[in-house]
Design a protein around this ligand. Structure first.
Ligand code: AMP
Length: 415
């Protein structure tokens, strides 16, 4: 861990005035911790392995020094053929367009000097092929589409100087290992590698070891977690929708992101909320790109207040200062729990990560707590108190799915 203080300004970190000026326009008053801990080392050519969530400001942490390199090395970089100098790999198309958007925004005053292209699947390949002609300085890509473009000779990776793996843990959990390995084989041996990951499962650690050369390690999770309040509410089986509707109406959050575990569960929950007078939109993998963009824009602008999403669709969503994220269904993996709640309380804002758990979830939530090393008090919602035979405090099952006698039979469903 380096000892740079958080009080440093962007200029202190070694950024050129054009970039500093742009950050002032964007009202970035001071660097976030991940930015102050990594920008000077990235500028110095060091490899980085950074523990940082979406929302910590990590896009700027790698994008700003890369932009500076593009400008300072303009003579040797001169774009040509289908080569690319700096490659940023991300797990989803949403994140690809979001990161490319940020890079373009940071380079607003360098428009003539920097060419950034986003390549991702789910949309026509032709405009991307056209955009790649004549070479690019920076490419933000999802692995599958990048490999398609390599095999059709639309892009060459053997001149890459910087490789960024953004959200490396998600990339690997989404099963990109083979694609990632194919890409790594196409890259030159000598390059600077920046790896960012919210969590460090074994696969990421292994990747880090064979990919990085004497990296600077920056681990900031605990500081970031302090901007996030986590709460867990115990509810009776069959009452989650009623409790959810009650909380939404009670708190009137500006935006609420609700996670469920399946696409049809999104639609089902939206219908049930609608019967309770709450309009919600859904966001999942079956939606076309146009519909996804429209829903996301509506949610960002505040037009849509309640969004129900699955993990796959919501990875990497950048929605500024999301006040609350609710786990209606618990995520299967403890790492996904951290990713989900990391959507709130972004860049220093206090956010709320809230989970609704019923009898069937108690065991799994304990596992999530244990793996992520936290422990929360079980709360109850007034008017929806948990019955004794479903209360974790009175009855903790030995097996996760075993039901206590009578559960769910006598009880009238409220949703
Ligand atoms: P990221 O982690 O890169 O997805 O960034 C999360 C959000 O924080 C984005 O909306 C950025 O525009 C914003 N952001 C990044 N760095 C700063 C900063 N130094 N000051 C204020 N906002 C920032």
């Amino acid at each position: 861990m380096t000892d740079k203080t958080q009080q440093a300004t962007f200029a202190d970190l070694g950024l050129i005035p054009t970039l500093v000026e742009r950050l002032e326009e964007l009202e970035y008053s001071q660097p976030t911790p991940i930015q102050s801990h990594t920008i000077p080392d990235v500028l110095n050519g060091r490899d980085i392995v950074g523990g940082a969530n979406t929302g910590s400001g990590k896009t700027a942490a790698f994008a700003l020094p890369i932009l500076q390199k593009v400008v300072q090395q303009a003579a040797s970089n001169s774009r040509r053929g289908n080569f690319v100098s700096h490659l940023i790999l991300v797990p989803t198309r949403e994140l690809a367009s979001q990161v490319a958007y940020s890079v373009k925004s940071y380079s607003y005053h360098l428009k003539d000097k920097v060419k950034t292209v986003a390549v991702f699947g789910g949309v026509s390949v032709n405009p991307q092929m056209l955009a790649l002609r004549g070479g690019s300085d920076i490419i933000v890509a999802t692995p599958g589409r990048l490999l398609d473009l390599v095999s059709s000779n639309a892009i060459k990776l053997n001149q890459v100087k910087t490789l960024v793996l953004d959200e490396a843990d998600r990339m690997l959990s989404l099963g990109f290992t083979d694609e990632l390995n194919k890409i790594l084989e196409l890259l030159p041996e000598k390059k600077q590698t920046l790896l960012f990951s919210a969590t460090f499962p074994e696969k990421v650690t292994t990747l880090a070891q064979h990919l990085l050369n004497d990296p600077v390690e920056v681990q900031l999770q605990s500081a970031e977690a302090s901007t996030l309040v986590q709460r867990v509410f115990s509810v009776n089986k069959g009452e989650k929708t009623a409790v959810l509707a009650h909380l939404i109406k009670q708190h009137q959050w500006r935006q609420t992101l609700i996670f469920v575990n399946a696409k049809n569960a999104c639609n089902h929950l939206a219908q049930k909320l609608s019967k309770r007078g709450i309009t919600a939109e859904v966001f999942h993998g079956d939606k076309g790109q146009g519909a996804r963009t429209r829903v996301l824009d509506g949610f960002k602008s505040g037009e849509i207040q309640v969004l129900i999403a699955t993990d796959i669709a919501a990875r990497g969503l950048d929605i500024e200062k999301l006040p609350v994220v609710i786990n209606f269904d618990l995520p299967r993996s403890p790492a996904d729990y951290m990713h989900r709640i990391g959507r709130s309380g972004r860049a220093g804002e206090v956010g709320l990560g809230l989970s609704l758990i019923d009898y069937d979830d108690y065991h799994h939530f304990k596992v999530i707590e244990k793996k992520n090393k936290f422990k929360l008090d079980r709360e109850q919602v007034e008017g929806f108190e948990v019955e004794d035979d479903q209360n974790e405090a009175y009855f903790m099952p030995m097996k996760p799915r075993a039901k206590p006698a009578g559960t769910g039979k006598k009880k009238k469903k409220r949703n």
